[in-house]
Design a binder for this molecule. Structure first.
Ligand SMILES: CC(C)(COP(=O)(O)OP(=O)(O)OC[C@H]1O[C@@H](n2cnc3c(N)ncnc32)[C@H](O)[C@@H]1OP(=O)(O)O)[C@@H](O)C(=O)NCCC(=O)NCCS
Length: 254
């Protein structure tokens, strides 16, 4: 049986936004641009022209989530020494970062987070935030494989929800990470997560494509507690040539 996820001690900077931003920076190698924004319903939402076109016919809450994600993304771009730019939506719903940039966005509850890098440093990245106890026992069997479920069954129920949420969030981050290189759809049970050597480090195994070659094979996966959320990252440093740049991807209007 695999051990259950153990995460390091939580940071506390006194502010939700700063705690999340610092937690992401600590999980990642140098060079990260990190942005954290509150989700607000505001007409002056900071969206740029191409982004506005991307969400013409969407509900107010979705628009607020999207706009906060884009504000966080522009903070991340600036922190990474890139000019703030339009980040429209691609056909696969991933964000279309400017040339030379790789990044990822997540929103949950009232907070949006974005992380970006120069593609000279990182080949691909996926991030996710989830409220700490977002995966109940009823959901577990839909998203976890038997070896993960067996590990969770040994936990008291209070710890179990947070552990299940950690596994779920790592799978969401992995999905975003790999999709940005491959355009593949993956089911939750196509992937299994087990703890790595250090607390908060994880190893992700893909059942659907066991022969998949690095950089995806070399993915680094991390999780932390942060301000009531589980925060996760999956990334691959630029150590081998990435297939990401070869994808022909289009921006769409939804
Ligand atoms: C795409 C998905 C992962 C998004 O996760 P979520 O928890 O619903 O929402 P989050 O707020 O964390 O992430 C949403 C952001 O993900 C990004 N995203 C969406 N599709 C993406 C894709 N194909 N590749 C990379 N990023 C993507 C977008 O930036 C989006 O925000 P935006 O629309 O405002 O730009 C999720 O909706 C999904 O489809 N999951 C099913 C597939 C999966 O996770 N499988 C797991 C097995 S590995």
């Amino acid at each position: 049986m695999i051990a259950v996820p153990m995460l390091p001690e939580e940071l506390d900077t006194g502010s939700e936004e700063l705690t999340l931003a610092e937690t992401f920076r600590q999980m990642l190698p140098p060079g990260a641009g990190v942005g954290v924004c509150r989700i607000t319903r505001d007409d002056n939402d900071g969206l740029r022209p191409l982004e506005r076109q991307s969400i013409v016919a969407t509900a107010a809450q979705r628009r607020a989530d999207f706009a906060a994600g884009r504000r966080a993304a522009r903070t991340a771009l600036t922190a990474c020494n890139f000019a703030p730019a339009d980040i429209p939506i691609r056909a696969d719903r991933s964000p279309a970062w400017p040339d030379g940039v790789v990044g990822s966005i997540s929103h949950s509850a009232h907070i949006a987070v974005a992380v970006c890098y120069s593609n000279a440093v990182i080949d691909a990245i996926g991030i996710d935030i989830e409220p700490s106890r977002n995966v109940t026992a009823e959901l577990e069997s839909m998203i976890l494989v038997e070896v993960e479920l067996a590990a969770l069954r040994s936990l008291p129920s209070a710890e179990r929800e947070t552990a299940a949420t950690t596994l779920f969030s790592l799978k969401e981050s992995y999905y975003k990470f790999q999709a940005s290189c491959t355009n593949r759809w993956l089911e939750f049970k196509d992937v299994s997560v087990r703890p790595g050597t250090l607390p908060g480090d994880f190893i992700i195994q893909e059942f659907s494509a066991p022969s998949f070659k690095p950089p995806l094979g070399a993915a680094i996966a991390r999780a932390r507690h942060a301000a009531g959320f589980i925060a996760t990252v999956v990334y691959a440093p630029t150590t081998v040539r990435s297939p990401c740049s070869t994808l022909n991807r289009t921006v769409v209007q939804l």
